[in-house]
Write a protein that binds this ligand. Structure first.
Ligand SMILES: Nc1ncnc2c1ncn2[C@@H]1O[C@H](COP(=O)(O)OP(=O)(O)OP(=O)(O)O)[C@@H](O)[C@H]1O
Length: 250
């Protein structure tokens, strides 16, 4: 039996004046599935994430999280319902220790789901979650360092820990490898692969070896539209994709 659909867009469209940013995008991700979103610069990938996470209001189409139509929900409500997203460096407090950053994210989340608990109980639960998340992303040894002192690559790991601390069922990752040193890429690739054990992941990624190694299905965007949405093998063999995006046969 196929797993239930965790996230689905139907006819998702975003226009600004006469500019079409995202056009009629219908895709879905099942529970435990990793869907990669690829396409050239300016294809509309980040805008698609902005529509799914509620940063942009679509001019057409719908977004469903599980059975629920969340198209008109604000960002924070989508977060509470289990949709998580990395927000690049903007979500990191540089003057606070690494651990404190993750604790704050965990506390915010636990404050929503455990508001009947006493503060002390919540704080110790947040501590546990924060340590666990830092361990998972490989930053446990940097827990007491200031977040601002981390290298670019380690900041990306911290951003991932901040999302994990909110325990989302569906995670949107926008180029998590960007700016990482080559030796960090395999470790992070493995970590993202492991997320699938209990979550659904949508991943914007330019490293094709990462995409091909991780993705169950690949969505190819081009000029705001979905050019193909299929298994990595079928997408790579798709002539339209080769001509329009990859330029030449692989
Ligand atoms: N709020 C906005 N106002 C005006 N133009 C926008 C807005 N959001 C996106 N765009 C435009 O839409 C197009 C798609 O941008 P988007 O960032 O979604 O592409 P992308 O595929 O993520 O590109 P990249 O790989 O470079 O990150 C770009 O031309 C961008 O300038």
């Amino acid at each position: 039996m196929k797993a239930a659909v965790a996230l689905q867009t139907e006819g998702l469209t975003f226009r600004i004046g006469s500019a079409v940013i995202v056009e009629d995008v219908s895709l879905s991700a099942r529970q435990g599935e990793l869907v990669a979103v690829i396409g050239p610069n300016g294809a509309g990938k980040t805008s698609l994430f902005n529509l799914i996470s509620g940063v942009y209001r679509p001019t057409g189409g719908t977004v469903r999280l599980g059975e629920r139509d969340i198209t008109r929900y604000p960002v924070h409500r989508r977060g509470r319902l289990g949709l998580g997203r990395t927000f690049q460096a903007s979500s990191v407090f540089p003057a606070l220790p690494v651990l404190e950053n993750v604790r704050l994210a965990a506390k915010t989340h636990l404050g929503g789901v455990m508001n009947v608990l006493r503060r002390a109980g919540r704080d110790s639960a947040a501590d546990g979650v924060a340590h666990d998340c830092l361990e998972r992303v490989g930053l446990a040894s940097r827990a007491s360092d200031l977040a601002g002192s981390l290298s670019h690559g380690d900041k990306r790991k911290l951003e991932l820990a901040l999302v994990l601390a909110q325990d989302p069922a569906v995670i949107l990752l926008d180029e998590p490898m960007a700016g990482m040193s080559a030796e960090d890429v395999p470790e992070l690739t493995e970590l993202i692969g492991e997320l699938r054990a209990d979550r659904t992941v949508l991943l914007i990624e330019h490293h094709m070896n990462v995409v091909l190694g991780l993705a169950d299905r690949v969505a190819v965007m081009h000029h705001g539209s979905l050019l193909a949405f299929d298994t990595p093998e079928k997408v790579m063999a798709n002539e339209t994709v080769q001509t329009a995006y990859l330029g030449e046969p692989l």
